[in-house]
Ligand binder design. Structure first.
Ligand SMILES: C[S@@+](CC[C@H](N)C(=O)[O-])C[C@H]1O[C@@H](n2cnc3c(N)ncnc32)[C@H](O)[C@@H]1O
Length: 392
């Protein structure tokens, strides 16, 4: 009998497990066990002295249950059980896999790398060359107590000037969109040049107060109807300030009922209007891609890490905007992922456009310290209430 089933994918991770020639191994029983459990995305090839496992996609938790059940009953002899255990342990030891629903997707990442001497070539090209000559100080400072875990009402441009240099671990924020929204204390329809002038003055302060190695995570939605690529203009600003562009996360909101039903010139190439269901998170680092922090203060799980380093996050828009009376909040899930992925417990998190306090609430929930600034007294009161109310 042919104890072999191959997977048609060159990217699969292959495990080779040796079999002891002197043992009586019931290969046929093992083969049947595997074929009954695994779908086509899993292959195996039993030879005289070894078995080759071609890892594709498996529901690892069901697999574990299945193996434990088999080991607990008398279907297999002891020597075959040893082999099954060896196979299970080898699969469990593979830590590089992706996630698809409940399933683990295994790929041999070594085969994915097609560029030879990648690191050397990267160095020759000059990674983030645009930060050359930055004069960021590497000396970080303590945040004075009076600002620690505080919601501050005021104009960020003025308030941030009160903070020392290099005292904030991470900034998570969503600046006013300039869409014409009804914020409580500001108009949201400034002339674009004035808008960027003010925003960049605030961002300059943000960069100053960030620690060396600190991160700025900016949630931004371009105003497509004005043909203003806000995310590019802001990124260009940070890059010119010699911040490292770490990357971009696409926040897919799946809000397909978005407006502008006229779609520009209807059914004509003359001027079709593009529709978007997503926003961006632009991420920048000050001076260093690596952030200092102790291992005990990491709170992201392995599965969360694997899912969230894929730069497209599908998260529904915030549902409580009406109740909290704020027109442009981001959801807690978004803040939670950003903070767990880019900061450590006990880090100091700043939001200079804190609104109804999503960043500060999530920072508190995740045992980070926080400082939230907003120009509206009403929003600051809401942010304060949220800090208390989530506890009950
Ligand atoms: C897009 S909202 C942020 C919402 C927030 N992410 C949340 O989830 O609640 C932008 C906020 O910036 C505030 N704002 C506008 N100009 C400001 C300024 N100069 N200083 C501080 N806050 C300002 C507005 O009041 C508004 O709440």
């Amino acid at each position: 009998m042919f104890l072999k089933r191959n997977v048609e994918c060159t990217m699969n991770k292959i495990l080779e497990i040796e079999l002891n020639k002197n043992h009586i191994i019931e290969k046929e029983k093992l083969f049947n066990l595997f074929t009954s459990f695994f779908d086509e995305e899993f292959g195996f090839d039993f030879n005289d002295n070894s078995v080759e496992i071609q890892l594709g996609t498996i529901d690892y938790n069901s697999f574990k249950l299945h193996v434990n059940k088999t080991l607990a009953n008398e279907i297999l002899n002891d020597e075959t059980k040893d082999v099954l255990k060896k196979i299970f342990d080898s699969i469990s030891a593979v830590k590089s896999y992706g996630l698809k629903g409940n399933k683990r997707v295994y790929v041999d990442y070594n085969k994915e790398i097609k560029v030879k001497n990648r690191k050397e070539k990267q160095n020759n090209r000059g990674q983030f060359f645009y930060t050359n000559g930055n004069n960021f100080s590497t000396i970080n400072n303590e945040l004075p107590d009076e600002f620690n875990n505080k919601i501050i009402c005021g104009d960020s441009l003025e308030m941030l000037k009160k903070l020392p240099d290099n005292c904030i671990d991470a900034i998570l924020t969503s600046p006013p969109y300039n869409f014409g929204l009804d914020y409580a204390a500001t108009d949201d329809d400034a002339n674009w040049e004035k808008y960027f002038e003010k925003l960049f003055a605030i961002f300059t302060q943000c960069i100053r107060v960030l620690k060396y190695g600190g991160r700025a995570i900016i949630n931004v939605q371009p105003l497509f109807s004005d043909y203003i690529p806000t995310h590019h203009i802001m990124s260009d600003f940070f890059i010119r300030q010699k911040m490292i562009w770490k990357g971009e996360i696409l926040w897919e909101k799946n809000n397909y009922n978005c407006k502008y039903t006229a779609w520009g010139s209807w059914k004509s190439p003359s001027n079709p209007y593009l529709k978007y269901t997503w926003e961006f998170l632009e991420i920048f680092c000050k001076g260093d891609l690596k952030k200092q922090g102790i291992a005990d203060n990491i709170d992201i799980s392995a599965d969360e890490f694997k899912k969230w380093v894929v730069g497209k996050w599908s998260i529904a828009p915030e549902k409580n905007m009406k109740d909290l009376n704020h027109p442009a909040m981001f959801p807690e899930e978004l803040a939670m992922r950003a903070l767990k992925l880019f900061s450590f417990k006990n880090d100091i998190i700043l939001d200079p456009f804190n609104g109804a306090g999503t960043t500060t609430t999530v920072a508190k929930k995740l045992n980070r310290r926080y400082i939230g600034i907003d120009i509206s007294e009403e929003y600051c009161t809401t942010a304060e209430k949220r800090l208390v109310s989530y506890l009950f």
